[in-house]
Design a protein around this ligand. Structure first.
Ligand code: ZN
Length: 227
């Protein structure tokens, strides 16, 4: 049975870094994948030009097309300043997304990233996914973001210890192509957010569990209902 999937990410490119291979795999299995990117991107580097904003929006749309995303929502929470926004506002935004799409699977950020927007979104999603009667979300998964998750010292937050692995051998190329759409966000090797590093990570996560390539997650919650 096909599933409805919702990816809730902070910044343009996080959706691809975190679960781009899984998105393409879902799409190949006729699942509907909706992507919501909550913060603007760019602004932490100073006020962007209209052309830069348009180019980033275009990159997000191109990446979504490569991964065969069903719908893309680009919201405008302040970039790298989500600690200045009331948590309730972010939670209500996520609740609205869940009410609109009724996903059974949700992917979002890990709680222990260096990036404050990632952490605030994690908290909002966990709150919005409280397993009340009739809530649609059955599987809640937290992804890792190269250049944020592994940059957190272990004493500063919970370390990312994955226990859920998705084989992306068949969709790693799509993930890397989608990242090339975000070329302006990528960095040269050996930066952790380089194409080579992302591929190395996928290969290592795969080798950890006997696959050619994988994305790794922490399972937040799995509910198995009657169906
Ligand atoms: Zn991010």
């Amino acid at each position: 049975m096909s599933q409805t999937v919702l990816v809730i990410a902070a910044h343009p490119d996080d959706e691809v870094l975190g679960c781009g291979g899984a998105i393409a795999r879902h799409a190949a299995r006729s699942d509907r994948v909706h992507v919501a990117i909550l913060a603007q991107g760019l602004y932490s580097r100073g006020e962007p030009t209209d052309a830069e904003v348009a180019a980033l929006r275009s990159a997000s749309e191109k990446a979504s097309a490569i991964l065969r995303v069903a719908s893309l929502d680009l919201l405008d929470y302040p970039d790298n300043r989500m600690d200045t926004v009331a948590r309730l506002d972010v939670t209500q935004t996520v609740e609205q997304l869940i009410a609109t799409h009724r996903p059974s699977v949700v992917y979002t950020h890990w709680a222990g990233d260096v990036n404050v927007d990632h952490r605030r979104i994690h908290e909002a999603v966990v709150t919005a996914c409280r397993p009340q009667p009739g809530h649609p979300v059955e599987t809640l998964l937290f992804f890792e973001i190269a250049s944020s998750t592994e940059w957190q010292p272990p004493g500063s937050a919970a370390p990312f210890l994955p226990n859920w692995f998705i084989d992306i051998s068949a969709t790693l190329d799509a993930k890397l192509s989608a990242l090339q759409a975000y070329a302006a966000e990528m960095r040269p090797w050996p930066h952790a957010r380089s194409l080579q590093a992302v591929e190395h990570l996928a290969r290592w996560r795969g080798a950890s569990v006997g696959y050619e390539a994988a994305e790794a997650f922490v399972l937040g919650r799995q509910r198995l209902g009657q169906q």
